[in-house]
Design a protein around this ligand. Structure first.
Ligand code: COA
Length: 291
């Protein structure tokens, strides 16, 4: 089963074959968001290699994604932990052997759970920093030769958690702040080599592992606080990915593309008042629209 299908070719804003001849290397590619990012890239002509820890899950995802396009090749790279740069280097070598090159890198592997400071051990904090931040560094490190050769582009999957203090997410907020800093510095250092580096910061995205782990109080409560008044979809993130890898963004680097329906712009205190719902009353009230 895939999330996207052939309709993406006719109904999305992108032209088919946009990424023909290109290869994308994706950590966390069997997970919910990164898998759909990969689906979009493959539908639009790219071949892909997906890195995961679990053999069955990674193999199954690769097979499903490959079925999206005749002649597509999607390589499964299971049993790879992004905390180990040597394992990643072997995965990159296998990708180049089977697909010939790497043009695009998505550093998406992440770990998350809810824990308050009192119950967050030093090792728990370190585990998430190691997966999210060190793992992102390792991914680019292992892919650097290919990125350099092909003047490639990198996308880090970040978050908006660290824009303010989110309780129970100390470890992830700290890790993602580091990921943003890593991307910014890479944009500056690698820009002269023709390599672009950007982040995507997803907000509340429906039907993802993250939401199922983190959402409290149900979807309706979340939607009330989103200015665009809906949950994000995995396709929203896939579209942002296609944009950032396409020539349409060839002058965009060191940027963070927030895809969250405007959510983080709502301050925590305003959010607690369900402000979009309250505001609707003012828009609908008689005698409105006075100049
Ligand atoms: N609350 C508090 N501490 C937790 C925890 C939780 N829910 N889950 C794990 N930990 C702690 C463990 O107790 C351990 O700390 P300790 O040694 O002090 O006891 C530490 O985190 C490492 O746990 P371990 O299970 O050994 O790590 P791991 O490397 O196998 O797994 C995690 C990493 C913890 C991030 C795990 O949740 C994971 O593998 N996640 C990947 C998938 C994922 O999170 N996807 C969501 C993406 S948004």
């Amino acid at each position: 089963m895939t999330y996207l299908d052939q309709r993406y070719l006719s109904e999305s804003a992108w032209k088919p074959n946009l990424f023909q001849g290109k290869v994308v290397f994706v950590t966390g590619g069997a997970g919910s968001i990164c898998r759909v990012q990969t689906e979009a890239m493959v539908l639009l002509g790219a071949n892909a290699a997906i890195v995961g820890r679990n053999q069955q899950k990674t193999d199954d995802a690769a097979k499903d994604i490959q079925s999206l396009r005749k002649d597509a090749k999607v390589v499964s790279l299971p049993n790879v932990d992004v905390r180990d740069v040597k394992q990643l280097a072997s995965a990159v070598a296998k990708t180049v052997q089977e697909l010939g090159r790497i043009d695009f890198v998505i550093a998406g592997a992440a770990g998350n759970f809810l824990a308050d400071f009192n119950h967050l051990s030093s090792n728990a904090f370190k585990s998430v920093i190691d997966i999210d931040l060190l793992g992102s560094f390792n991914t680019v490190k292992a892919c650097f030769g290919e990125l350099r050769k092909n003047k490639g582009a990198i996308i880090f999957v970040s978050a908006t958690l660290h824009y303010y203090g989110v309780p129970f997410q100390i470890h992830v907020g700290a890790a993602k702040a580091g990921v943003d800093a890593l991307s910014n510095a890479l944009a500056v250092e690698l820009g002269p080599l023709g390599i672009r580096s950007n982040c995507i910061a997803p907000g509340p995205i429906d039907d993802t592992e993250g939401m199922s782990r983190l959402a409290r109080g149900g979807k309706e409560r979340i939607i009330q606080k989103v200015p665009l008044q809906r949950m994000g979809t995995k396709q929203d993130i896939a579209d942002a990915t296609v944009y950032l890898f396409s020539p349409a963004s060839s002058y965009v680097t060191g940027d963070v593309l927030v895809v969250d329906g405007g959510s983080w712009q709502v301050s925590q205190s305003a959010a607690s008042h369900d402000y979009p719902v309250t505001l609707k009353k003012y828009f609908d009230a008689p005698k409105g629209g006075k100049l």
